[in-house]
Design a protein around this ligand. Structure first.
Ligand code: FE
Length: 230
């Protein structure tokens, strides 16, 4: 398999390029509009055919590249079923598989950070690779205080879905602010401070008292992203 973890240093966003192999069909998860030239270069150098561009949710902190990538490659702009966007050419439901040759990427509905948040599990690799968007971060979790976020739903998504995956499942988050690139479900269970709680109530108490400022780009990014960043 071909796998690249790409970083947007302006917004601390990770994007992920997956393909069967060089010269094969590819997909991008959470691509950033400012990075389109870099994606174009990689796609052409590795002779890839970009067929899917996927957003884990409507982002508030960066502008998505989905629209630009569709213009360039006619790829499917892919969102979860609940995303409040007009520009999706493919929507996935909980449990649905996106196939790319022998690669199988399973959509998992994980509301909480937003009501349209999905994680994507690459089940065809061992260990499995989980792309968590902003649901589960390395030693953190995504905020739940805007875009129909809900701490109780996030608790449910984390504890009843993601943390039930095998301990060796690799965790690739949508952001990292400290230079971490990958973790595992087992490691997060043990060391993620937000997950050391005994009840949903305790989790909600933590999340409801974070008092974070709004993301710098929020007023620009959310409306732009509802139209795939175009
Ligand atoms: Fe987000």
């Amino acid at each position: 398999m071909l796998f690249r973890q790409l970083f947007d240093e302006a917004t601390w966003t990770y994007s992920y390029l997956l393909a069967e192999s060089e010269g094969g069909k590819a997909l991008l998860i959470d691509p950033v509009r400012e990075k389109v030239p870099q994606y174009q270069q990689l796609v052409s150098e590795l002779e890839l055919q970009l067929v899917y561009a996927i957003d884990t949710h409507v982002h508030a902190d960066h502008i998505t590249a989905l629209g630009k990538l569709r213009e360039l490659y006619q790829c499917e702009t892919t969102f979860g079923d609940q995303a409040p966007v007009q520009c999706a050419s493919r929507r996935v439901k909980d449990g649905e598989i996106i196939a790319l040759g022998h690669l199988q990427l399973k959509a998992i509905y994980t509301p909480g950070h937003t009501d349209d948040s999905y994680c994507f599990l690459l089940t065809s690799e061992k260990p499995q690779m989980l792309f968590t968007g902003d649901t589960l971060l390395i030693r953190g979790t995504g905020r739940t205080d805007f875009q129909q976020g809900d701490a109780r739903q996030q608790y449910d998504s984390l504890f009843n879905k993601l943390l039930k995956l095998p301990a060796d499942t690799l965790v690739y988050p949508g952001h990292d602010y400290k230079g971490m690139t990958v973790s595992t479900i087992g490691e997060e269970k043990r060391f993620n401070p937000r997950l050391q709680v005994n009840s949903a109530e305790e989790y909600c108490r933590i999340m409801d008292n974070l008092n974070l400022p709004n993301p710098k780009l929020m007023d620009v990014a959310v409306p732009a992203n509802l139209g795939c960043g175009l």
